[in-house]
Design a protein around this ligand. Structure first.
Ligand code: C2O
Ligand code: CU
Length: 512
């Protein structure tokens, strides 16, 4: 007998499985009698049960409107799409264990949704249109409501087409009432690569990439920085190909370096930087002129504090760092790795004059944080244990055919890699391409297998293998994807599906 079949709520119909059942990992086994495999449905009571375990606290309400807007990026006006008419969108701030309730009004002329990056939330609030919910149609509203179990520096953005590479993104800060780190001032820094409204759009850019137009010829205006030295690939720790898209601007907090964002504070203050890479196709190397950074968190999770000169952030990654600010005006620089340009902001203690717009702090070439320098802070580790299931993800494809994929497959919203609730799962990302990829998992945080550091997005360099472990404790259908938007949208994505005997039949991946 087949398991009960429910109507699919969302997304495309799934192809019935022809007698293939995934057992552990990539062990390929064929089911005896051609029975289907069933995955959790999006209206499963198990999603409600998982939410109940999170013990919802105080409700914090927010309203956001996504709409076309004309925005001044600091001397450059662009027509774009933004939340509440500004880039970046408003900061949403709650405390650990509180419930966020955010109503999104869609005044765009296409469907949208919001994904809450970094939050292990209930699956039906994950905001992946076509998977966890229907698109919110133009003129409609949708209310997201979920408990945030983990504190940290997170962010929100659409998971619909190329919308993220417009102005649609903002910070989501979940404060930790039991924080051990202390600081005087806090500064949230959103790093972004920008092209929307400069004579092109993300959708046009994507179309050119898919048509195989040489990325060296992508249309772009003047670089922001006087010091627009051509990207010297040999300088990049990411390999020869740091990105597919050339952007005319690099922004910190929605400002070009011509008219930078500025934090005024007293000399000697300890400032906590919460840095978020909201870019579409750019890794940023962040440094503060004349200062070292004490890194305290990555992707929201505390690490043993470590002092470095600069940090590299792949798209989707976050780092928190403490800086004890001297006297003067100091550039906070986000160097677009391998692209030869920078965005900047200023730390200003009220004396001295602004550094030149093209000043390149020596710290950019100093000690760069590596994952190997990080170790998990006490209390952030996963329970000790060996993986019950290992899933191999070969990162495949390339620039020429623009066929970025996982295991040679350009993912759509069909087919899932099965996981079972309660398992310890290992994801093994093996990068077979000549480009780097920041790989992100929804609905969970993983631990880097080497060090135990908790994260939700991990950079996988060309030729490298990165293994990450997580506990399958959040029933649902969850994306795993490259956070390079242009890679994700052509297919460097897939889904993990929790098995559920009462669920819906679906195509099982990992058994090819
Ligand atoms: Cu920043 Cu799939 O998300
Ligand atoms: Cu990628």
């Amino acid at each position: 007998m087949r398991a009960k079949r429910r109507t699919l709520l969302y997304g495309a119909a799934l192809t019935p499985v022809a007698g293939v059942l995934a057992a552990c990992g990539n062990d390929q086994k064929t089911a005896q009698n051609g029975g289907g495999t069933t995955f959790i449905s999006m209206d499963s009571h198990r999603i409600d049960e998982a939410e109940a375990v999170r013990e919802p606290g105080t409700v914090r309400e927010f309203e956001l409107t996504a709409a076309p807007a004309t925005v001044d990026l600091g001397g450059t006006e662009v027509d774009t799409w933004a939340y509440d008419g500004r880039v970046h969108g408003p900061e949403l701030r709650i405390k650990k264990g509180e419930r966020l309730k955010a109503t999104l009004s869609n005044d765009l002329d296409e469907g949208t949704g919001i994904h809450w990056h970094g939050i292990a939330l209930r699956c039906d609030m994950d905001g992946v249109t076509g998977v966890t919910q229907k698109e919110i149609a133009p003129g409609e509203t949708f209310t997201y409501e979920f408990t945030a179990p983990h504190p940290g520096t997170h962010w929100y953005h659409p998971h619909t087409g190329y919308q993220l590479d417009r102005g649609l993104y903002g910070p989501l800060i979940v404060e930790d009432p039991d924080e051990e780190v202390t600081w005087d001032e806090e500064w949230v820094l959103l790093l972004d690569d920008w092209l929307d409204g400069t004579g092109t759009t993300p959708d046009e850019t994507a179309a050119k990439l898919r048509d195989g137009m040489d990325h060296g010829d992508m249309g772009h205006g003047d670089m922001d920085m006087g010091g627009s030295e051509e990207g010297d690939p040999s300088q990049s720790v990411l390999g020869e190909d740091a990105g597919d898209v050339e952007y005319p601007h690099f922004l910190i907090n929605g400002r070009t370096s011509a008219d930078p964002d500025r934090l005024e504070l007293r000399p000697g203050s300890r400032v906590r930087l919460r840095v978020i890479n909201a870019g579409g196709d750019t890794a940023f190397r962040l440094a503060v002129g004349g200062h070292r950074l004490t890194v305290t968190h990555t992707d929201g999770f505390a690490v043993e504090p470590v002092e470095v000169d600069s940090i590299l952030l792949g798209m989707g990654e976050r780092y928190d760092a403490i800086v004890e600010v001297g006297e003067g005006v100091f550039p906070v620089v986000a160097h677009a790795e391998g692209k030869g340009a920078m965005g900047r902001a200023l730390l200003d203690t009220g004396s001295g004059s602004d550094p030149a717009a093209d000043e390149r702090p020596a710290e950019l070439d100093g000690k760069l944080l590596a994952y190997a320098d990080l170790s998990p802070a006490e209390g952030t580790e996963l329970e000790p244990g060996e993986p019950d299931r290992t899933i191999d993800f070969a990162l495949t494809g390339g620039m020429m055919d623009y066929d970025w994929g996982i295991n040679g497959r350009q993912g759509d919203h069909e087919g899932m890699y099965p996981v079972e609730e309660g398992e310890r799962v290992r994801l093994r990302f093996r990068n077979e391409t000549i480009m780097w990829h920041p790989m992100h998992l929804h609905g969970h945080t993983f631990a880097l297998a080497d060090s135990g550091v908790r994260k939700d997005t991990a950079v996988v360099l060309p030729g490298e293998t990165v293994e990450v472990d997580f506990t399958a404790d959040n029933p649902g259908r969850w994306m795993v994807h490259c956070h390079n938007l242009y890679h994700n949208e052509v297919g460097m994505m897939t889904l993990l599906g929790y098995l559920d005997p009462d669920g819906e039949e679906g195509t099982v991946l990992g058994t090819e």
